[in-house]
Write a protein that binds this ligand. Structure first.
Ligand code: ZN
Length: 294
């Protein structure tokens, strides 16, 4: 077969989809369709078809609209849509939130410690040495668990859940927040399947998508802060927000909503978020907004 791809399409070969511009993705989709029609081997045809579908998915993620964002039941496309527009701190805190939801499966306190260290690291209260130390310990937990079961041919479903939880605790300490976020949501939602499977639990993914909304807010409605809310009534709002953050007392968010209203705040995005039952977690966008965190 003659080379059916144009020069610019050939240049896209081997490039990662996430690194392509929208125009390049469209060009790659065109290239994949051409190749799918042109090659004779079934395996190669399937491979081109898959690559074209992946490029379509990538474009779709980038073009998520507000309705799709709010209805999304999978953190993966949401995190990719946010991309580099959000902080590494928030991405790591999301990873921590996923781990906290399954911490009852941790078989060793070193797994929980890894999550605690990752939370403090995200807020600049632990340094990289601590993060790596916690990672090593979390890795040991996983290794020991594996070694205990090495003589068996397969893990019991309950053991697989514990192993996945241990893996997530290691993942939460990864070098970047994005890597921690992607790996933790996958591993913890698989753990919630209660068996040794690579399938994510859809109900858990939905809860994680709500956590994404809690931590990152609505990217289509940038948060607005009126500084007068902070100074009103002897800094009540800031004091409440600080207490909620430090004590992880998100059940007090409805009190914060009332205090905000008393300052004259009528922002429905903020007030409604404080009044939904959650899940809320460290990094909640309303608390971050009031405390000046990003
Ligand atoms: Zn929240």
């Amino acid at each position: 077969m003659d080379e059916p791809l144009s020069k610019s399409q050939q240049r896209l070969r081997g490039r990662k989809l996430v690194e392509m511009t929208d125009d390049e993705l469209l060009e790659w989709i065109d290239a994949c369709e051409k190749m799918e029609r042109g090659v004779s081997a079934a395996k190669a045809r399937r491979s081109w078809k898959q690559s074209g579908q992946n490029a379509h998915e990538e474009l779709k993620r980038r073009r998520m609209n507000e309705t799709e964002w709010l209805a999304c039941c999978d953190p993966g496309p949401m995190l990719e849509f946010l991309g580099d527009k959000v902080s590494d701190r928030k991405r790591r805190l999301f990873a921590c939130a996923c781990c906290r939801r399954i911490q009852h499966f941790f078989s060793d306190e070193r797994s929980l410690k890894a999550v605690e260290v990752a939370e403090l690291y995200a807020d600049g209260l632990k340094d990289r040495v601590h993060l790596i130390g916690a990672r090593d310990e979390a890795r040991d937990v996983k290794r020991q668990f594996r070694a205990n079961y090495a003589e068996r041919q397969f893990l019991e479903p309950a053991d697989a859940v514990v192993l996945r939880a241990a893996g997530a605790a290691q993942d939460v300490t990864r070098d970047t927040g994005m890597s921690a976020a992607i790996n933790c949501y996958c591993e913890t939602s698989r753990a919630m399947n209660m068996e040794d499977t690579n399938d994510c639990n859809p109900a858990e993914l939905r809860q994680q998508a709500l956590l994404v909304q809690c931590i990152f807010g609505n990217p289509f409605k940038p948060a607005f802060l009126d500084p007068s809310w902070l100074r009103c009534n002897d800094d009540t709002v800031v004091k409440l927000a600080r207490g909620i953050y430090d004590e992880q007392a998100f059940d007090r968010l409805h009190i914060l909503a009332n205090a905000l209203e008393a300052t004259g705040c009528s922002d429905t995005e903020i007030l409604d978020h404080c009044r939904i039952p959650g899940p809320h977690f460290r990094g909640c966008w309303v608390i971050d907004l009031l405390l000046g965190k990003n």
